[in-house]
Design a binder for this molecule. Structure first.
Ligand SMILES: [Zn+2]
Ligand SMILES: [Zn+2]
Length: 345
């Protein structure tokens, strides 16, 4: 089968691989029916994910149909339509039992698919710990509606949960890329008093204004003053930093009111400075990424109820055989792209 592969730093390309087989009793084989490209794939391509193993099939956002399951997989069976979680986790270690599945201590725990083991930009994928890593998609939910459940939407849901948002809050979300929009969708469910989205790209600000007119948008240069003006206590009650730009961490804590929660969802290319003397007395609470992706069942229920819809994020569609074009569009942000969907040929 055709597998889009991390060949070496700076280079992805197709290789021919055999169809995966069950190698552990907790595995499942899933036929990929729709996948996507994530910014993390680009991080692998550019060599900034040191754990990524050359030769692996990339891709960790996908949905599919279960083809085969190992003896100890409960929960899903062949023929089920499923979301695939970006994280594989045993469900039994200290971290898993506390819901901190990103830090699962199993050798396969955490982000393995499309990073350390073969992922989903191909025809079939082997999913370890399938009982915890796969969720059945309700019949009323389409593949496109479910596509982001296991990765960026799980991230938005988790970030919103740990940010402890209340209906009194002014919430600032920095960054309106795909994950920022997922944070926004989950924040909307919490019904806060105000939501402000800060984004430097005009296209993306317009996307937010078009789809979520109840949300305020602002450019980074005006953000601090705008947030002060539109919040009750001199700054945002909750800040989610999802941009990962050169100055966005500084912007995040500066826009927060004293005692606010500042959730860092972004993955940075470089170390950030935590200027403790400047923020002394502000008594901020920082929470940091990455996602504990263990709420996928609940997220799928919310999609089925019509409460979350990520389909506007899918701006482009390509067959697997043209995935190189899809990468070019996504990486270079051509043609107003937000996310691409890759379907089988
Ligand atoms: Zn991702
Ligand atoms: Zn575990």
């Amino acid at each position: 089968m055709k597998a889009f592969t991390y060949i070496q730093q700076g280079k992805f390309g197709f290789t021919e691989k055999g169809k995966p087989t069950i190698i552990d009793e907790h595995d499942a084989i899933v036929r990929v029916t729709l996948s996507s490209i994530c910014t993390s794939d680009l991080h692998i391509k550019h060599g900034s994910v040191s754990r990524a193993v050359p030769g692996i099939t990339v891709g960790h956002e996908m949905v599919g149909i279960v083809e085969k399951v190992g003896e100890r997989v409960s929960h899903v069976k062949p023929g089920d339509r499923v979301t695939v979680n970006v994280e594989t986790f045993c469900g039994e270690c200290f971290y898993c039992k506390h819901g901190y599945v990103n830090n699962c201590t199993s050798p396969h725990g955490g982000w393995a698919l499309g990073c350390r083991i073969d992922g989903g930009q191909t025809e079939y994928v082997r999913v370890p710990y399938a009982t915890t890593g796969l969720n059945r998609i309700p019949d009323s939910v389409s593949d496109e509606q479910a596509l982001f459940v296991g990765d960026i939407l799980a991230t938005g849901f988790w970030a919103t949960r740990i940010s402890e948002i209340t209906e009194e809050d002014t919430v600032l979300i920095i960054g309106a890329g795909p994950t920022g929009v997922c944070c926004l969708l989950c924040t909307l469910l919490k019904n806060p008093r105000n939501i402000i989205v800060c984004e430097k790209s005009k296209d993306r600000r317009e996307f937010i204004q078009k789809h979520y007119p109840q949300v305020m948008v602002v450019e980074p240069e005006d953000c601090e003053a705008f947030v002060k003006q539109h919040s009750l206590h001199g700054g945002a009650d909750v800040v989610m930093e999802v941009a990962g730009g050169p100055d966005t961490f500084q912007l995040a804590w500066k826009c927060a009111r004293p005692n606010a929660i500042v959730t860092i969802v972004a993955m940075y290319d470089k170390p950030q400075i935590l200027p403790l003397p400047d923020m002394y007395g502000k008594n901020l609470i920082f929470k940091t990424g990455g996602v504990d992706g263990c709420d996928c069942g609940e997220i799928l229920d919310l999609i089925a109820q019509g409460k979350i819809d990520t389909t506007p994020l899918i701006t482009h569609r390509f067959p697997l055989s043209r995935i190189e074009e899809a990468y070019d569009v996504f990486e270079n942000r051509r043609d107003g792209v937000i996310k691409v969907a890759i379907f089988p040929d």
